[in-house]
Design a protein around this ligand. Sequence first.
Ligand SMILES: Nc1nc2c(ncn2[C@@H]2O[C@H](COP(=O)(O)OP(=O)(O)OP(=O)(O)O)[C@@H](O)[C@H]2O)c(=O)[nH]1
Ligand SMILES: [Mg+2]
Length: 365
Amino acid sequence: MDVTWIPGDADALVLAIAALVAIAGGGGGWYAASRRGRGSSEPSVREGADAGTGRSATATTSPTAPAAPGARLDRLSSRLGGGFGARLLALVGRGDGTDWDGLEEALLASDVGTAATDEILEALKSRLRASSDSDPREALREVLLEIVDVPHPPMNLGEPGEGEAAPMVVVGVNGVGKTTTIGKLARLLTAQGYSLTLGAADTFRAAAADQLETWGSRIGVETVRSDRDGADPASVAFQAMERGVAAGSDVVIVDTAGRLQNKAGLMDELGKIVRVIGKTAPVREVLLVLDATTGQNGLNQARVFAEVANVTGIVLTKMDGSAKGGIALAVQRELGVPIRFIGLGEGEDDLAPFEPGQFVDGLLG
Ligand SMILES: Nc1nc2c(ncn2[C@@H]2O[C@H](COP(=O)(O)OP(=O)(O)OP(=O)(O)O)[C@@H](O)[C@H]2O)c(=O)[nH]1
Ligand SMILES: [Mg+2]
């Protein structure tokens, strides 16, 4: 469901405050007062070279060159799937040699989900029956590829150098890897020539903004933040957009909190963020981050987020530690939006653009 937003009184107040802060160049007491212990009246915009001081500085480049995006999934493929492919392959044989019950169990245990499991079993049966000497591995490869190979139009971020300040919002429950993914993604996009601004709209705790700022600092991109726990996330998002436009950034990536336990609260907060960003430019991408180790629970989260925000893409994190990687086979068909990236570790280059063929080959080992 797309969320349509009709500003209410509370929203009008948020916008009014955000606009006041912007007009005053951050000099209004509200935002400045939210900055812990600096006594400065400037908005809390920091750049890589000067993280922590609040001063503006020329962004530095990352000390190490990022790994090439296209080769990442190949490089990291040995971390994929936790033996998922090997378990399936052990059950599939030529002719009548397939243990269909065992295969169904293995698929369900890996959180492929019932609908995708049925589809895989049916497709595999017809392939193996069509020819008694079909190569079981190749048949399984083709069937899995059919499941994951859905249309992947490019992300709607414009071209590097256009300076459109295309807003991207990153959502997901707490701990799934949102902030880490933004750091890795910022490094990847920077390597592709995009200039970025980061917005720390997870204001639930200052440490969340610190974490994002540390990534920004390492990569050499600006992070816009408030140091006050509980500051209005939508105001920070607004500030990030303003700064992104002023700096001529190509993309503004906004981090969000994942702690809202109920749908109404989530809808309220994400809605405000999207709406306030939309005052500057409509949100282009909403990336939903899912922790692959949570399996079906992750799918349930995905359904809720898809209802409250117009999710345009999925990032599956922790595929390196997941024996339940089958979620990758279920989630695209469930949500109807493409997997964009796969997280395969905690390192700065351990995020790979999703490519169906490489992914299935990696799964099957
Ligand atoms: N192994 C592995 N760990 C990951 C991956 N992505 C993130 N993590 C780890 O997961 C933990 C949580 O990551 P965060 O980025 O802080 O998660 P978050 O969603 O921002 O969490 P909150 O801000 O609390 O909502 C960190 O220890 C990350 O290093 C991944 O792809 N693989
Ligand atoms: Mg976070």
